[in-house]
Each structure stands twice: as C-alpha cells, then as structure tokens.
Write a protein that binds this ligand. Structure first.
Ligand SMILES: Cc1cc2nc3c(=O)[nH]c(=O)nc-3n(C[C@H](O)[C@H](O)[C@H](O)COP(=O)(O)OP(=O)(O)OC[C@H]3O[C@@H](n4cnc5c(N)ncnc54)[C@H](O)[C@@H]3O)c2cc1C
Length: 563
C-alpha cells in the first residue's frame, strides 16, 4: 500500500501551494494526486488577475479597504475574520510567488503592475497579460518538482477514508491501468476545485470541474456550506461559455445591448461595467428578457476603442479565444457574450486552517468554503484564496502529520469503491451518460440559474430525483480498463447529481435574494432571517438535510449594497 504523511488531492493552485508548504519541511512524505496532468488544472485558465493591496498603482490602497470591498462584495455573508486573513496575508503570498519566479507584468518602475477589477475600490489585481493563472500554476509546479513532491497524474480519487474521527487516506483509480488503490495518509487535503460543470452547457469551467472533492466529502459525512451561491460571470462567449476576462472591462471595455446602448447606466451608474459580477450578470439577463438583447439572446463586450496595440499587449488570449471559438476579431467588432456559470462560492465547510470536522482532513481552494466570498466573490479574490488558504492548510496539515502516527487501516478498504465500479461496468442499459448530464445541466441553468423562484426550484428538485433514478440504471458501454474516460465521466456525473441537489435545495430554502442567489419571489435581502450560512449534510435517505449557522461579523455591519 502507498503511504504518505500528507496527501493532496488536486493540482490546481490550492493543491500545489499546500503541497509545496508541506514538502519544504524535508522530513515529510508529500504527494499530489490529480485526475489531469498538473498544469492542466483549471487554475491555468485564470485570466485577469490576483488581488493584493500592494498599492503599486494607487498608493492610497490598504488591505483594510480590500477587506471591506470583499465583505461588501460578499453581500455580508463572508465570515469577516476569514476575509481579514485573506486580505491581510495577500501581499505576503504575492511576494512569495514573486520570489519563486512568477512573471507578473511590471510598472515602468519595475513594481508588480495592478489593474482595476469589478467591485474593487482601488486597482489591485496583479496580472500577467491575460494569463495570470497559467503563470502562477507553472511557477508552483516547478517549485514542487524542485522540492521533491511526488505526483500521481491521471489518478481519480473516488472516496475518502476515515474512522469517524481521524483521516486514514483515500481510494483512487489509476486511469492508465484501471486499477484501484488505497493510499494511506495521516492528512488529506481536498483541493479539487469547483462544481461549475453542473451547468454543463453554460459554464466557463474546465471539463474536470465536477466538484468531486465536495461530493466525496459529502458522502463521507462532512458538511457542505453555502452551496446555492453559484457565480455567473457576465462575459462568457455566446455559444461556448468560454470566459472573456473581467480584465477586458478593467482595461476599459464597454457593455452594449442589442440596441447599442451602454445599459449599465441603468444598473450601476457609478461603477458601470465594473460593478460586481452578480449585479452585471443580472443586468444582462434583464436586458435580454426585456427584449433588448441581440438575435441569439446575447449582449456585446466592446473593446474596439482600445486599439490593436493595447489588445495585443494586455488581452492576447481573449482575442485568440474569440477568433477561434466565435469567429469574431475583437479588434474589429464587439464580442457577443452571455453570462456563464463560473465560480462555486459554496464548498466543504472548514475553519480558517482548512480543517474539517474530521482530524487530518482538510479542504482548500474552490472546493473549500472558509468562507471568504460569502454570497458573491470578487474577481481576483479566488486566486488569492487558493494561495492564502492553500498555504494555511499545508502548514496546518504538516504540523498535524508530525504529531501523529500512521492511522490503522481495516482490510476491506477497497470494497465499496470496487462495488461502485463493478455496478457501472457490468451489463448494458438504454440510458446514456450524455443524456442524463445534458438534462441535469438544462434543469440547473433554467431553474436554478441566475434568477430563481419557488416553482422552478421545486421542479428542479423533482427533476433531480428522477435523474438520480435514471443514473442508477446507467451502465458504462466501454468495458476497457485502460484510460476508460467513460467510466471516469460516469463517476463524475454521480458527483454532480449529488451536488446539484444540494444547490437546488439550498436555493429553495433560502427565501431572500443575496449576492449571486436571486429569488424573483423574494427580491430583497433579509438580514433578519437569512444572514446565515447554509450547511448541508447527507441524510439517511441520501437527500440533503440543511441547517443554518451564524455569520461571523467583526468590523463591518451589514449595509445596503450599492455601486
Ligand atoms: C476561465 C476562468 C478564469 C478565471 N480567472 C480568474 C482570475 O482572473 N482571478 C481569480 O482570482 N480567479 C479566477 N478564476 C477562478 C480561479 O481560477 C479558480 O477558482 C481557482 O484557480 C481554483 O483553484 P483550485 O486549486 O481550487 O482548483 P483547480 O485549479 O480547479 O484544480 C482542481 C484540481 O483537482 C483535481 N481533481 C478534481 N477532482 C479530482 C479527483 N476526483 N481526483 C483527483 N484529482 C481531482 C484536478 O485534476 C485539478 O488538478 C477563473 C476561473 C475560470 C474558470
């Protein structure tokens, strides 16, 4: 059996930062297990920037102002002690990245350059053209190799092992051979990214963002928090959902409706296009619903006035994606866009060190929920979250692993994972994976998307019960063991169905509108009843059971949120 002190599941920024932190203490055996090649993790797709109040562009910026912007952006649902850590530790983690060789863009004086971002009162997003995630992830991967982290690439984690009190390790499938393994570990850090793919046809997320770590934790009895809060990014490409970074508006891009009007004057007269994402996405949806969209229900992101030189220097990837996937050159014409499911505010419930309620089990990054983003995340704060809380989880896990012996393991650790795979692989069925996945995605986009109401969400819950029943009849058609991507997709789909149910249930029960959660039948924020976190655990009938926990408020009393 493979044995490690600290095992990290996921090789995005959160996982790699945590791994690096644990492994820099040379006495510990540290491994990263990832279902893709490490540098293909979704972090590499991040475009616009990472926030830190370095005050390089505006010398009056402070981390306290960043803290306030984050709490206001969260619609007051963020825990303020956690958000304080996020913002006060930001300059330090950015400098650490810089010292590891992360190639940020520079000002003329040689300082790290910063650009304005949505919902931020000062320009504080540090960037590298429009490829910040790519350069961050490569920097962390290189450093991991340097410090001797072990990598298990293209291994799919299937379940978390614990004895009710203490972490024991994981079960995982080596997709190259089709063999199941148990990996024993004193500490496991789940850093598996978000669950944006539950909106399969309308998301900016990588194909792998199926929320595996959350579903694994949920099945292992751990609570998930604030799952109904799913961020729709205002500017996804019209037909594919591929992201057009907020950096495009940060550099001065406009939003135009089908009539050519800069409609943001109606919704955020001060911040205009740089309003927070929830507000801008709703503005777009409203324009389209009221008949002011383009022919395919889109609006337009216009950067033509920035000119060829600036677009080539600051937004080269955006231009390439736009030409490649939409046939439109943004130098010459406005980009057709629609809001796209982008970020999972919800996640595995953790404390400020990423620790869950089981000793030795941690979660960090988009799969965790500390919570620093509350009901709506600000652009540039997620890459920061993965650094700050990846680091904290790594540090805490390493101290823990030092303090305990290896956990004891019963003999039949593999049996339930084996049984799950066997039931998918043996026999035939009429159901296909693609059909169930498409029906789930349509249900979620139409009934649990940007705007929600009681009837739609009740229907979504019923629809999901039906989809889960169909899933039970599903059989994988490809019977091969080696690189069986259909089997992987089937296991991912089961995860997504579980999470979709938690999202819809939370959205149904939360009878108010806050941040990204917008109920047409309860349009106001209701601090008296709903200034609480939604916490979901899996009931004995496999359906979500919810309870509500208080929000930590330290400095900023909730106020009306206007921009
Ligand atoms: C297109 C796009 C642009 C973005 N731009 C920005 C930006 O400019 N600024 C910003 O702050 N944020 C941005 N974000 C958000 C930010 O990039 C992500 O929230 C963040 O990178 C998530 O990092 P992570 O480490 O938590 O997970 P990810 O980078 O998503 O990595 C997840 C990892 O988990 C592994 N994994 C998953 N399931 C399993 C399993 N079952 N077994 C084994 N391994 C598994 C995957 O292989 C992967 O390595 C953007 C997001 C997108 C989608």
């Amino acid at each position: 059996m493979l044995t490690y002190d600290v095992l990290i599941v996921g090789s995005g920024g959160a996982g790699l930062y945590a791994a690096l932190k644990s492994r820099m203490e040379e006495d510990l055996r540290v491994a990263v297990l990832t279902k893709v090649y490490p540098t293909r993790s979704h972090t590499s797709a991040a475009q616009g920037g990472v926030n830190a109040a370095l005050a390089n562009k505006d010398p009056t910026d402070t981390w306290e102002q960043h803290w306030f912007d984050t709490v206001k952006g969260s619609d007051y649902l963020a825990d303020q002690d956690a958000a304080e850590l996020l913002c006060s530790e930001a300059p330090e983690v950015i400098r650490e990245m810089e010292h590891w060789g992360c190639p940020f863009d520079r000002t003329t004086e040689g300082k790290i350059a910063q650009r304005p971002f949505g919902g931020a009162s000062k320009p504080r997003a540090c960037y590298a053209a429009d490829k910040i995630g790519h350069v961050m992830l490569h920097t962390l991967y290189e450093q991991g190799l340097r410090y001797g982290v072990d990598y298990f690439n293209e291994w799919l984690t299937i379940s978390l092992l614990h004895d009710g009190k203490r972490c024991q390790g994981v079960n995982a499938l080596d997709t190259r051979t089709g063999k199941l393994h148990t990996i024993q570990a004193k500490a496991v850090i789940l850093a598996t990214g978000g669950y944006g793919r539950i909106y399969w046809n309308r998301t900016s997320n990588a194909y792998g963002n199926t929320g595996d770590g959350l579903a694994i934790a949920y099945r292992a009895g751990l609570p998930l928090k604030d799952m109904e809060f799913v961020q729709f990014h205002p500017t996804g490409l019209r037909r594919t959902g591929i992201l057009m970074s907020e950096g495009a508006r940060g550099e001065g891009g406009f939003l135009l409706n089908g009539l050519g009007e800069r409609f943001m004057t109606r919704y955020a007269p001060d911040k205009m296009e740089l309003g927070p994402r929830d507000l801008v996405s709703r503005a777009i949806e409203t324009e389209v619903r009221q008949g002011r969209g383009g022919p395919e229900g889109e609006v337009f992101l216009d950067v033509t006035h920035l000119g060829e030189e600036k677009i080539a220097e600051r937004l080269p990837q955006i231009r390439q994606l736009c030409i490649g996937f939409e046939g439109v050159d943004p130098i010459e014409e406005p980009i057709p866009i629609k809001p796209t499911a982008h970020y999972s505010m919800g996640g595995i419930h953790t404390d400020i060190n990423g620790l869950t309620s089981i000793e030795g089990v941690y979660a960090a990054g988009e799969s965790g929920c500390v919570s620093v983003h509350g009901a709506n995340r600000l652009g540039g704060n997620s890459l920061l979250d993965i650094l700050v809380f990846g680091r904290r989880a790594g540090n805490h896990a390493l101290e823990y692993a030092r303090s305990v012996d290896l956990p004891s393991m019963p003999k039949d650790m593999l049996s339930s994972a084996e049984a799950r795979i066997k039931s998918l692989m043996e026999g035939d069925s009429e159901e296909t994976l693609a059909d169930i996945r498409r029906d789930m995605a349509n249900l979620m986009a139409n009934q649990a998307g940007i705007y929600r109401d009681n009837a739609g969400l009740t229907g979504a819950m019923e629809g999901l019960v039906e989809l889960k029943a169909r899933y039970k009849r599903l059989k994988v058609r490809d019977k091969c063991k080696v690189f069986n991507t259909e089997l992987v997709a089937a296991l991912e789909l089961e995860n997504m169905l579980d999470l979709a149910e938690v999202v819809a249930q939370g959205a149904l029960e939360r009878r108010e509108s806050r941040g990204a959660h917008s109920r047409e039948d309860f349009p106001e924020r209701d601090d008296k009843s709903w200034l609480v976190h939604t916490v979901a655990t899996r009931g004995s009938d496999e359906r979500p059971v919810l309870h509500f926990d208080p929000v930590t408020i330290t400095r900023f009393q909730p106020e009306a949120r206007t921009y």
